[in-house]
Design a protein around this ligand. Structure first.
Ligand code: SAM
Length: 242
């Protein structure tokens, strides 16, 4: 399941990475809010010889209601998108991804830590922020012994992070997992707000310092602009999510 598939960027080069036999074994699902992107992804999927494919359009907060309840996924991806997700929807999105994994399924999430050029309202998360969210969610699922590593990707403009969550490492039955969904969403959401409040204080202190002493270097000048975007994005997210 390619969540927030965009134009099908993940599958576009799959014919160079997987054999025709391997591609024929894939039942590909894709999901995005944008009709035009969904059409592009469909076109791309048509040419790849998948066993089957299905592209659905909808908001991420509804994906688990829109995709047939009987379908579980061996691999769910959510790439380059977390910074666009409404803060109030993020916990539900992560938790529902876990719920829709098959017994040996995996969730792969990747995003960058800074958006360049900055976008008003976009809220990128650092690897440490995401680590806090994942830990709290796993604790809420009773899987405190499971601590997946978060990877770092070095890029020219911004570092990226990824996390790979393996369903079997939760050691929780599907029935127990389903019973814990509401609590897991609430706990993860609380952690997200905690992270945001801490970031707001840090951002405010840094901006306060820049207001008093000015930006003395080119780097501080860049920071000033980035932090102003960040201040707006966090304040707006907290207002909408609490
Ligand atoms: C930057 S693109 C990433 C595309 C692709 N996953 C990739 O890695 O290149 C973000 C995608 O998320 C989709 N998106 C953003 N918010 C969404 C939402 N609330 N529901 C569904 N899709 C959303 C956008 O339409 C866009 O296609």
């Amino acid at each position: 399941l390619d969540l927030a598939c965009g134009r099908g960027q993940i599958i576009i080069s799959l014919d160079e990475n997987l054999s025709a036999e391997a591609r024929a074994n894939i039942d590909y699902w894709a999901y995005d809010i944008d009709q035009t992107y969904a059409k592009e992804t469909r076109k791309c999927a048509e040419g790849l010889g998948f066993g089957s494919f299905d592209i659905k359009v909808g908001d991420l907060s509804d994906f688990h209601r829109i995709l047939p309840a009987s379908v579980v996924f061996d691999f769910i991806t959510l790439t380059n998108t977390v910074h666009e997700v409404d803060t109030g929807q993020l916990a539900g999105l992560f938790v529902n991804c876990i719920v829709r994994l098959s017994d040996s399924g995996m969730l792969f999430v990747y995003d960058i830590e800074r958006i360049t050029p900055a976008e008003l309202g976009a809220l990128p998360w650092s690897r440490d922020d995401v680590r806090h969210m994942m830990r709290r969610m796993l604790d809420a699922f009773g899987a405190s012994a499971y601590r997946p590593e978060l990877g770092r990707w070095k890029h020219r403009n911004s570092d990226g992070w990824h996390v790979l969550l393996e369903r079997q490492n939760l050691h929780v039955s599907q029935a127990d997992l389903s019973a814990m969904v509401d609590g897991a969403i609430q706990n993860t959401h609380d952690e997200i707000l905690k992270v945001l409040r801490r970031r707001l204080v840090e951002c405010r202190n840094y901006l306060d310092n820049l207001t008093q002493y000015g930006a003395r270097t080119a780097e501080e000048q860049q920071d000033k602009e980035r932090l102003l975007f960040e201040f707006w994005a966090i304040s707006r997210a907290l207002e909408r999510a609490t």
